[in-house]
Ligand binder design. Structure first.
Ligand code: P6P
Length: 332
């Protein structure tokens, strides 16, 4: 694609390439693009607009304090999805259960969307980058009926498209429709996402590891051994590695995919299934990782092959440059 390719042009081009495309996915991705612009606008004002800053005074189903911006982003994306007829339902990390849209035009939609509207929201009030994560599946229930739970409990291998938005020093949307991973940087002066990272590939290896080492006492012996390995001084193998951990997985993932690296949120004795959510965080990021030549595992299994059993289930998550993930697995 040429210079100044917009996200819209890129989506159209990718869909034209598909023989049986009906344009519905194109419309759906355009809906996500619009909602991301709206959320981006509010995030950029979060420091100024006090009704957006701070906590809602309630917790979400994850038991996490719901930030006002979490709720704002959640509402904006769900409203945007409901306004389009391509989507029959949505499951959001911020909602107790999935939402099956009632409108007949929506019931005829052939896609469902799973979304983490604002990942890393503990960083909102301290001006550290945060992100939105989304994934799109074809429904498995009949067109015209209301979406059901099984539409959302699909393996990651069934993902049609997935992506994230990082609201950081600049706002970038990273997207894959199964034809590689591409990054689009938002130009607020014209309100357009321009192709800035064409066909992103995970470096085969890297020197960055991202983990909350405060959990060290609760990690397995294998993870502890790997972290000691990362910190040993060995010039021949370029160690010690560099520790970088932002507290927003989207941002850590994005940096590691560009520069090479590994992100891990493993199981602990306190949380045997880890912290990250399989459906809203692990599977979309695993789809992107594999599209970019990376590896994503729970330590034993390929993330995309895990059969979900419930909407909000958690999953140990290790993702990054293939040589680094394979090295870690030697310690497990
Ligand atoms: P901890 C944000 O809440 C998140 O889901 C990821 O984006 C981030 O990497 C992780 O949890 C941070 O969790 O326990 O290290 O604060």
């Amino acid at each position: 694609m040429g210079k100044f390719t917009t996200l819209g042009e890129h989506i159209l081009h990718s869909q034209y390439a598909k023989a049986n495309s009906t344009g519905e996915l194109t419309h759906l991705l355009s809906c996500i693009r619009l909602a991301a612009k709206v959320v981006n606008s509010e995030i950029n004002k979060a420091g100024l607009v006090d009704e957006i800053m701070g906590k809602m005074g309630k917790t979400n189903i994850q038991g996490e304090d719901q930030q006002k911006l979490d709720d704002y982003a959640n509402r904006k994306f769900i409203d945007a999805f409901e306004a389009r007829s391509q989507i029959c339902g949505v499951a959001s990390e911020e909602e107790d259960s999935y939402i099956a849209f009632e409108k007949e035009s929506c019931r005829n939609g052939k896609y469902v969307v799973l979304i983490d509207p604002l990942d890393g929201s503990s960083n909102i009030d301290v001006n550290v980058s945060i992100g939105t994560i989304f994934s799109i599946y074809r429904r498995v229930t009949p067109i015209g009926s209301k979406a059901e739970l099984k539409d959302f409990l699909q393996k990651g291998t069934e993902i049609v498209a997935a992506g994230y938005v990082v609201y950081g020093s600049s706002t970038i949307m990273v997207l894959s429709v199964g034809q590689g991973v591409h990054g689009f940087t938002f130009d607020p002066s014209v309100g357009v996402f321009y192709l800035s990272h064409d066909n992103i590939q995970f470096p085969k290896s890297g020197s960055i590891y991202s983990v909350n080492e405060g959990n060290y006492p609760f990690f397995s012996d294998g993870i502890k051994s790997y972290l000691r390995y990362c910190k040993e001084h060995d010039d021949a193998s370029g160690r010690p590695l560099t520790s970088r951990y932002i507290g927003s997985m989207v941002s850590d993932f994005h940096r590691n995919m560009i520069k090479g690296g590994i992100y891990l949120y493993p199981s602990t004795t306190l949380a045997p299934q880890g912290k990250l959510r399989l459906l809203y965080e692990c599977k979309p990021m695993a789809f992107l990782a594999e599209q970019a030549g990376g590896i994503a595992t729970d330590g034993q299994n390929r993330i995309l092959e895990i059969e979900p059993t419930e909407l909000h289930q958690r999953c140990p998550f290790i993702v990054g440059s293939p040589d680094m993930v394979n090295k870690l697995k030697e310690f497990l």
